[in-house]
Design a protein around this ligand. Structure first.
Ligand SMILES: *[C@@H]1O[C@H](CO)[C@@H](O)[C@H](O)[C@H]1NC(C)=O
Ligand SMILES: *[C@@H]1O[C@H](CO)[C@@H](O)[C@H](O)[C@H]1NC(C)=O
Ligand SMILES: *[C@@H]1O[C@H](CO)[C@@H](O)[C@H](O)[C@H]1NC(C)=O
Ligand SMILES: *[C@@H]1O[C@H](CO)[C@@H](O)[C@H](O)[C@H]1NC(C)=O
Ligand SMILES: *[C@@H]1O[C@H](CO)[C@@H](O)[C@H](O)[C@H]1NC(C)=O
Ligand SMILES: *[C@@H]1O[C@H](CO)[C@@H](O)[C@H](O)[C@H]1NC(C)=O
Ligand SMILES: *[C@@H]1O[C@H](CO)[C@@H](O)[C@H](O)[C@H]1NC(C)=O
Ligand SMILES: *[C@@H]1O[C@H](CO)[C@@H](O)[C@H](O)[C@H]1NC(C)=O
Ligand SMILES: *[C@@H]1O[C@H](CO)[C@@H](O)[C@H](O)[C@H]1NC(C)=O
Ligand SMILES: *[C@@H]1O[C@H](CO)[C@@H](O)[C@H](O)[C@H]1NC(C)=O
Ligand SMILES: *[C@@H]1O[C@H](CO)[C@@H](O)[C@H](O)[C@H]1NC(C)=O
Length: 453
């Protein structure tokens, strides 16, 4: 206690001596009133932020108190100017007009309005007045219409997130649109961009080549944006790229290059595109890799055994492609795998018992893999499975009784095999089961309909 008192006194003494004028810096009046005016434009509605836990931050904004202490407001220590505004998940409902007082906060560097409901209003072009912005997050916030070209004037942006402005039950209705030439000038003018989320923005154009020159880029998402044409191969070689998601663009073609150095890439999402060609063996060099999601593309060739190098891999989804050859135990070292999905290719695997070692799997799809043996006993430990699908697997033998230990199971598809014997009674005790396909086997037994219901 004494020590603290002493320290405090000395400290105060020092401060008052060397900086006699230092006072706690308070919020500027004009910024305070701009915030209060902004607050007035919105109703607080729970449904406006219904995804994550939400909290109406602006309720703590009370006139004649220091705005730097308000929830979601961050001020500069030295100047007292508002430099950060985080109103994510704040239950704001209403429109933001181009004359909004928000745009008077000229010192703002970080603005997060994600997870609110801005009532389908357009993103105002006056946003460009906030020329110091480095972080801008307008995701999940029900903006609609054309993204204004003036956004490319925000040349200091490091993070730009305009993702996912859609009506929640219809993700294919992209509310925001971005003209190709505006995307181009954005890329040209915002030279230090690290994170660019334009997923679910209707762009409907080819991917600009110039993206390959944004060497600062870490994260790029163009998922479900109507991109088409050849994907610029240079993007894969961006030195800092860690996360690349361009899935759900059916018209997008491309192939994977050789990966010569280890690189930072850990997430690659190409599902439902028209990417084709082989998986290069050099993928095995990307030792940070966690997610390889290339379901429903046009890939062919064999599954390279070098994937066994990717020991951090958590998702390997190769389903619905044209892969051929053997699925071998070389992947048995991928013990972090949660998703192993190789179904709907032209693959053979005479021995799948090694998969039983992957006891973190929660989704296993081996449909159309020519197995030709029993469900191995080693699978007894795959108790985390929620999806277990081996349709058309040429399986023989019986359904093991230990399947009753798969209590998380939601989808079980063992249809179109040569399974025989009694349907284990225990299947009907799986309380989470909602999809069960067993047709086209030689199974006998009774369906316990009352237990299913
Ligand atoms: C905005 O807020 C959300 C929710 O708190 C957070 O997940 C997101 O990372 C924030 N965006 C930025 C750019 O910091
Ligand atoms: C913005 O302009 C509209 C009319 O165009 C007006 O109704 C509204 O009060 C103005 N809002 C602010 C914050 O000035
Ligand atoms: C590029 O950014 C500067 C400000 O840094 C701005 O003056 C200029 O208008 C911007 N160009 C485009 C095409 O937006
Ligand atoms: C994207 O915009 C184009 C042109 O405005 C339109 O024809 C198309 O339906 C839109 N697509 C989506 C997914 O909104
Ligand atoms: C990338 O930048 C270099 C040097 O500035 C330039 O020569 C090249 O044309 C640019 N490439 C693209 C695709 O813009
Ligand atoms: C596996 O990774 C090491 C470095 O981590 C690398 O030297 C080796 O070439 C990789 N093997 C394959 C088959 O990619
Ligand atoms: C697949 O493995 C079998 C032996 O299990 C072997 O005879 C066959 O040549 C292999 N096929 C390929 C394409 O590697
Ligand atoms: C799995 O890893 C062990 C040690 O890390 C190594 O000795 C073995 O060769 C690997 N197996 C395969 C199939 O890659
Ligand atoms: C299942 O896990 C138990 C406990 O970790 C282990 O003793 C057993 O050998 C495993 N069974 C199989 C078939 O891998
Ligand atoms: C199923 O789980 C129970 C309880 O965890 C365990 O005692 C039993 O041995 C398991 N059955 C099989 C076949 O592994
Ligand atoms: C259903 O699954 C959840 C977790 O996925 C688990 O906690 C729960 O025990 C399961 N319910 C039944 C009835 O097995």
């Amino acid at each position: 206690m004494l020590y603290h008192l002493l320290f405090y006194t000395v400290f105060t003494f020092k401060v008052t001596n060397s900086f006699p004028s230092v006072q706690p810096v308070l919020c500027h009046d004009d910024e305070s009133s701009a915030l209060l005016q902004f607050k007035q434009n919105f109703a607080i509605k729970k449904f406006a932020s219904d995804y994550f836990p939400s909290h109406p931050k602006t309720v703590s904004w009370i006139p004649k108190t220091d705005c730097c202490s308000w929830d979601g407001v961050e001020c500069d220590d030295q100047t007292g100017h508002v430099i950060g505004l985080d109103l994510s998940s704040s239950q704001l409902y209403g429109s933001i007009g181009s004359n909004s007082s928000l745009f008077h906060l000229s010192q703002l560097q970080r603005l997060n309005l994600s997870h609110n409901h801005f009532n389908y209003s357009p993103i105002p072009s006056t946003l460009a007045h906030l020329s110091r912005l480095t972080h801008l997050d307008l995701s999940y916030s029900m903006f609609s219409g054309e993204i204004p070209k003036e956004i490319s004037q925000l040349s200091k942006l490091l993070i730009l997130d305009l993702c996912c402005n859609y009506v929640s039950s219809f993700p294919e209705t992209n509310l925001l649109q971005l003209k190709q030439q505006n995307l181009r000038s954005m890329i040209q003018n915002i030279t230090n961009l690290q994170v660019l989320y334009l997923c679910f923005v209707n762009i409907s154009s080819p991917v600009p080549n110039t993206l390959s020159n944004v060497s600062s880029l870490h994260v790029l998402c163009l998922r479900s944006s109507g991109m088409y044409g050849d994907f610029p191969i240079g993007i894969f070689h961006l030195p800092n790229l860690r996360y690349l998601e361009v899935g759900d663009n059916k018209g997008l073609t491309g192939y994977l290059p050789e990966f010569h150095s280890s690189g930072a890439l850990y997430y690659l999402g190409l599902q439902s595109t028209s990417f084709q060609g082989k998986l290069p063996a050099s993928l095995g060099n990307l030792n940070a890799f966690k997610v390889l999601a290339i379901r429903q593309c046009q890939f062919s060739g064999s599954i390279p055994s070098s994937l066994s190098n990717l020991t951090q891999l958590m998702v390997l989804d190769l389903a619905y492609n044209h892969f051929k050859g053997n699925l071998t135990s070389s992947l048995s070292n991928l013990t972090q795998l949660g998703v192993l999905s190789v179904g709907r290719n032209d693959i053979t695997s005479k021995d799948i018992s090694w998969i039983g070692k992957l006891n973190r799997l929660y989704s296993l799809d081996l449909s159309n893999v020519n197995i030709g043996s029993e469900i191995p006993n080693s699978f007894v430990n795959l108790t985390q499975l929620t999806t277990f699908a081996i349709e058309y697997g040429n399986l023989v033998g019986q359904i093991p009784s230990w399947i009753m230990n798969f209590t998380h199971l939601r989808n079980l598809d063992l249809s179109n095999n040569k399974l025989h014997g009694k349907l284990p009674h225990s299947i009907f005790s799986l309380g989470n089961l909602s999809v069960l396909y067993l047709c086209s086997n030689f199974l006998v037994g009774q369906f316990e309909l009352n237990m299913i219901f």
